[in-house]
Ligand binder design. Structure first.
Ligand SMILES: Cc1cc2nc3c(=O)[nH]c(=O)nc-3n(C[C@H](O)[C@H](O)[C@H](O)COP(=O)(O)OP(=O)(O)OC[C@H]3O[C@@H](n4cnc5c(N)ncnc54)[C@H](O)[C@@H]3O)c2cc1C
Length: 403
């Protein structure tokens, strides 16, 4: 059995955990991250990768507090994506620097576009009809460009993984208890079957939906001392279509209908070279009660309605769906939380970033909770060197059932 000692143990290696790890290392702390499955398994690898700047909120005309936090994020991500600020994500792929925004021809959707124009840090610019991509040529009304970047999530996770390889360990938590020095002792089993004891001054729970079970495990040992934030799940049933590039052109953007995004389309390239569209927005929210077959049919019908120039009946296309729950802080009446949630009880910090784009904000909030002089001297800077390292999760289009 081996043991390591560090300042901060992060449990869960999605975008939040990895960004927090990088921030802690940048601050000179000994930090390590334990991942039970693959990095980003669950939400981060399934995300569409849009670096929202708040326009989505403004579509409804309501600008919650969280929208202000979001509005600072595109600039923050650009600093990392251009390598001018840590984490250096210049090795990650940006799918597109901007998204398209268009509407269906209902009266309500015109109101939606007006709502978008009163937006926040990023505002749409209407493009001339001759500059529209072919697939949006016959769309009624305006087509606009929105300076929202779309990033390739697998490459972002891989860049963070390779940067911090010796600080990552692949394993499962068996028990968490207080140790004699008033820190925590975490008993884990690594993926090669070895036992590992981790002594840490604090624990950051960044395990997405896994936070609930981890909090229950910790509270079981310290019932009176730990306050446990409650979690809620927000389900999605996403659509996907894949095919050759001539049948499925590159497209990233939102079709607006009333105060909502009727569908959000993002493009990726699969391992076999085919193009994939992920279909989110209201299509995915309303799709939770549909069967897979019904959601495939609804995806086709939705694209027929919002993209008059797209041939959804092309035999070159295949269709699939995937279900995924977003994990977030429980709110009254199931409202969407405002911004990233970070809270501490003793030295247990719980994080739900709410959106991938808010990961830098979550990392700053975690940092603000840590006393600058609270570090132990006798800690390891590369705590998990020589232990098994987690891989990056496979994106949903590589594991889906296509037909
Ligand atoms: C379909 C979809 C599309 C989205 N699109 C966008 C978008 O375009 N833009 C945007 O900003 N946001 C988007 N989001 C939201 C975004 O994906 C999430 O807010 C974000 O990825 C959450 O990251 P996380 O690190 O908290 O959680 P996760 O990505 O879920 O990571 C949690 C990690 O913890 C690990 N884990 C779980 N339990 C344990 C345990 N007991 N021990 C160790 N490890 C554990 C998991 O394996 C996983 O790797 C989208 C979400 C979904 C579902």
């Amino acid at each position: 059995m081996s043991s390591v000692k560090l300042d901060t143990l992060i449990i869960g290696g999605g975008i939040a955990g990895l960004w927090i790890l990088d921030r802690q290392v940048e601050r000179g702390r000994s930090a390590g991250l334990l991942e039970a499955q693959s990095l980003g398994e669950g939400q981060s690898i399934s995300a569409q990768g849009i670096l929202h700047g708040g326009t989505k909120y403004s579509l409804s005309g309501l600008v919650p507090t969280g929208a202000r936090e979001v509005s600072a994020m595109p600039k923050r991500w650009t600093e990392s994506l251009t390598g001018t600020r840590s984490p250096n994500l210049s090795g990650a792929r940006v799918r597109t620097p901007e998204c398209h925004l268009w509407r269906t021809d209902s009266v309500r959707s015109i109101v939606g576009m007006v709502g978008a124009k009163v937006g926040l840090a990023v505002t749409p610019t209407v493009i001339e009809p001759e500059n529209r991509p072919a697939v949006l040529r016959s769309c009624p009304g305006d087509v606009a460009l929105l300076p929202e970047q779309v990033i390739e999530m697998p490459s972002v996770l891989e860049t963070l993984r390779s940067m911090h390889e010796d600080r990552l360990v692949h394993g499962t938590v068996g028990a968490i208890s207080k140790d004699r020095s008033d820190g925590y002792e975490v008993t884990a089993t690594t993926s090669d079957g070895a036992s590992l004891i981790i002594h840490t001054s604090r624990i950051v729970l960044a395990a997405g939906r896994g936070n609930e079970a981890l909090l229950a495990m910790i509270q079981g040992r310290n019932p009176s001392r730990i306050t446990r934030p409650d979690m809620q799940l927000r389900p999605l049933h996403m659509g996907m279509v894949r095919g050759p590039e001539d049948a499925l052109p590159e497209l990233n953007g939102h079709c607006v209908d009333g105060g909502q995004t009727r569908v959000t389309i993002t493009s990726s390239t699969a391992e076999d070279g085919s193009r994939v569209w992920q279909l989110g927005g209201r299509l995915a929210e309303d799709g939770c009660s549909r069967s897979e077959d019904d959601q495939r049919r609804e995806s086709k019908a939705c694209l027929d309605a919002v993209l008059p120039d797209f041939d959804s009946k092309s035999p070159a296309l295949e269709w699939a769906t995937y279900r995924i729950d977003r994990a977030e802080l429980k709110t009254r009446r199931w409202a969407r939380p405002d911004g990233a949630f970070v809270s501490a009880s003793e030295d247990i910090i719980t994080v739900w970033p709410t959106k991938m784009v808010l990961a830098p904000n979550a990392a700053e909030k975690v940092d603000a909770l840590i006393c600058p002089n609270a570090e132990d001297q006798d800690v390891q800077s590369l705590p998990f060197r020589g232990h098994p390292t987690p891989d990056v999760a496979r994106p949903p289009w590589e594991t889906a059932r296509w037909s």
